[in-house]
Write a protein that binds this ligand. Structure first.
Ligand code: SF4
Ligand code: SF4
Length: 361
């Protein structure tokens, strides 16, 4: 059986502008039925790295917030801290970047809350018993919310080719350990040329894997469990990991974390894809590249797999003078991008078989 994916273009006229279309999609997709009176509703966002300018604009988030409020819900905008050295590596910096990018109660009418806490350790273990994970650490702010709206900015991605809804939840709804695990079964290494022996990493390593030996930082790989804390803490950016993992395994892990994040929210989740500024690189970068296609519009669905498949199909149908391949995302990662959807289907998250229903002009 196919799933419905509702679509609206960005173009418009009086009473058919982008904000009107978002409101129409909220209604058409049945999102009023997933929010109950007094529900705490998490809007899983990506606020964009500092320097990035192509993240989803707060102007598109505000009408979603208003619709949730009109249903009696209490929405908040949320994301989790990132693994590497970044303005978003802890909740304090992350909130500042979100504010710089216009996400505040004054603009969107919803507060911002970092779902995995100050340093990414505020997580709830969820048992899944799947191929890669028995238990998944889900960010507590997402796990504990009554309902969830996943607002995704689809882009390309170096490891997975395509970054859509499954990537948004799979990478962004888990704690720090889950992020480390996705990227590779590798351990951090230290560039001693950059290290000034400040010992910040040593003081913050939860397992005591780091020590100073003969005037150099050493990491004991048998003790390190790959939490990634030292990457985020090092002020000299002297700690790195090998980011080249198996992209197909990484995609399967993203789907398993998505499964865990949605496990306690059956019938309580709505998915959005904002097909505007579709860049080859994701919003985690501190810059933005030229979009690979023109703006397409907005998608809304109750099915995370169907909305991602529809997103890729709509993007691949756009003409692009620089591209000779009909599959832009495969070209980006030189690998399959669709294992995340194939495996998500196997896990029962949704279906790649969809019906596209246009809303508005
Ligand atoms: S990744 Fe975590 S456990 Fe491993 S060395 Fe860094 S802080 Fe310690
Ligand atoms: S935090 Fe970075 S600079 Fe400081 S001791 Fe560790 S690796 Fe060296």
């Amino acid at each position: 059986m196919s799933s419905k994916v509702f679509f609206a273009t960005t173009g418009g006229h009086v009473k058919q502008g982008p904000v009107d279309k978002i409101r129409m999609l909220f209604e058409a997709a049945g999102f009023k039925d997933i929010v109950s009176e007094r529900d705490l509703v998490a809007l899983k966002m990506h606020f964009g790295e500092r320097g990035n300018t192509t993240f989803v604009s707060p102007a598109y988030v505000r009408p979603i917030v208003e619709e949730i409020v009109s249903c009696g819900g209490r929405p908040f905008l949320t994301d989790t801290g990132c693994l590497y050295f970044s303005g978003r590596a802890n909740a304090v910096g992350h909130l500042l970047v979100a504010a710089e990018h216009g996400f505040s109660p004054e603009t969107t009418l919803a507060p911002v809350l970092i779902a995995d806490g100050l340093r990414g350790s505020d997580v709830t273990p969820v048992e899944v018993g799947l191929k890669h994970f028995d238990t998944v650490d889900v960010a507590a702010g997402i796990h504990d919310a009554n309902s969830l709206m996943v607002i995704t900015h689809p882009t390309g991605h170096g490891l997975t080719g395509f970054a859509g809804t499954i990537k948004n939840i799979g990478m962004g709804a888990g704690g720090r350990y889950m992020k480390m695990n996705i990227h590779a079964q590798v351990r951090p290494s230290v560039d001693n040329e950059k290290c000034d022996l400040c010992e910040t990493c040593l003081e913050n390593c939860p397992t005591g894997a780091i020590s100073v030996v003969d005037g150099e930082i050493k990491i004991d790989n048998d003790v390190c469990f790959g939490c990634g804390e030292c990457l985020a803490m090092c002020p000299s950016r002297a700690i790195t990991v090998n980011w080249v993992g198996d992209p197909l395994v990484a995609q399967e892990k993203l789907a398993e974390i998505t499964y865990a994040a949605l496990k306690n929210k059956s019938g309580r989740v709505g998915f959005w894809c904002i097909l505007i500024n579709i860049t080859p690189s994701c919003d985690c970068w501190n810059f933005s590249t030229t979009p690979m296609v023109g703006d397409i519009g907005f998608l809304a669905s109750l099915d995370p797999i169907a909305i991602d498949q529809a997103t890729v199909d709509l993007i691949n149908r756009q003409t692009c003078p620089d591209s000779t391949t009909p599959d832009r995302f495969r070209a980006l990662a030189n690998s399959r991008w669709d294992r995340q959807l194939e495996y998500g289907e196997e896990l029962g998250l949704g279906t790649r078989d969809y019906e596209l229903v246009q809303v508005g002009d």
